[in-house]
Write a protein that binds this ligand. Sequence first.
Ligand code: TNX
Length: 520
Amino acid sequence: MRLSRLAVTLVVALPLVTATASSGSPPGGAITLSDVIPAVAEAIPAPGDGFRLTGSTTITASGAATPVAGLLAEALRPATGLPLPIIAGGGAETIALVLEPGHPDEGYRLHIRSQGVELRASRPAGLFAGVQTLRQLLPPEIESKTPRRLRWVLPGGQIKDHPRYAYRGAMLDLARHFHEPAEIRRYIDQISRFKINHLHLHLSDDQGWRIEIDSWSRLTEVGGAPGTGVGGRGGGFLTKDDYRELVRYAADRHITVVPEIDMPGHVNAAQVAYPELTCDGKAPRQRTDMRVGYSSLCAHDETTYRFVEDVIRELAEMTPGPYLHIGGDEAMSTPHGSYLIFQKRVLPLVRKYGKIPYGWHEIAQSPAAAQTGAVIQFWGQESSHPAVATSVADGARVVLSPADRVYLDMRYDLLTPLGLAWAGHIEVRDAYDWDPGRLLYGVPEEKVLGVEAPLWSETLRSSADIEFMAFPRLPAIAELGWSPRSTHDWESFRARLGAYGPRWTHQGVRFHRSTQIHWS
Ligand code: TNX
């Protein structure tokens, strides 16, 4: 078999090699160390020296490693039916989670031998990443919610892994259709498996306002009322407690929440609630269609800045993460001069409340973006964007979300029952085959903070809808964000993805069975 020959060559020839294309595990075949999504940086297999989970297996952890050990135990107990107690001191037959200095940010080392397993990292985030790897090294039935009689063996060898980019994001649009906290937690669970570490929540738009703001309480009373979704369906909002609880749930999974309030455009819901936020003071009608670009805050009115400052202050107060996203996209009804006046006031306000300003790439038109060290989220389809390149040269950084590659709301093909198509159809290979380090002219690799896959909700309501659009494309983008470029290989990726399918099936995740993939 090709895999074992490859494995033998690696062991004989090289000490710790860069993992390259593996053929994925054939149906029923043994899982190897390289069969992980996102691809690991380095793997050295030691076939025959695997570790078997049994009734005597323990998990060793102390201090800050203990919560990660708890998540590992929770992940492994249902399918194995094993007790897997967490103990403080190292025994035999243990999976040891060790915190020690010297590993890269979020990086980890995993050493699997028949006597035991060691997972080492400098911080809990690295251990958590290693735990996600470890889960994928067990058979797909590990995802079963009820006990299965199986030999639970981890393949022997060593993995040394760390991310290519610090920022690996997923965005969920709560404004066009509200998604309940339980649905958001479910998405957090799924994206964390692929080492995604930021969840961007699009909390306001023309149709609805989804986060409670005490000083402007009608925002959610009116903008989060029933019927405030596309087509007049849905509605709802996050209370401050809901939001704080989600932030904590995400943090436990080493995901930072990035809140977005979209402005100066995309504000119709706020203006329905507060007509003084329009230039003429007249309340617009409520909107439940999918059009964009018609609403705008008034850049010459101080009421605007009182509103914006209150919202930013309250949002910053309940957000421990470093970023606060202020939207800025598609402000087609904001005159250019007004847009610049607005950003010159608002970008520094984000800094005033201790956060790093973050916005869609239109903010690059404003010199304030670079001056405030903002993060610019590129959503275009072009390979050159002079305003973004200038901002980057002057101090801004970039998160890449090219719409024709990573917009998870785009249809896969003509037959896809959900989604939009304005940026084209995006098949799995389109989502996978590009290089964030070389996407934009004038934006060098070191200015790229990372990648993010937005999921807009105009056509999506349920968790099943979300999952159908996100999977299997989200893992492709996760791999671009995490794995070294040297591992990039479509044939390897599609084989590993095909082998991942049964895991989603066991989890009850409704993924799209793309015809580009041979699903196990
Ligand atoms: C563009 S891209 C938008 C959103 C829509 C999305 C639909 C961007 C920053 N804005 O307002 O929901 O297209 O695909």
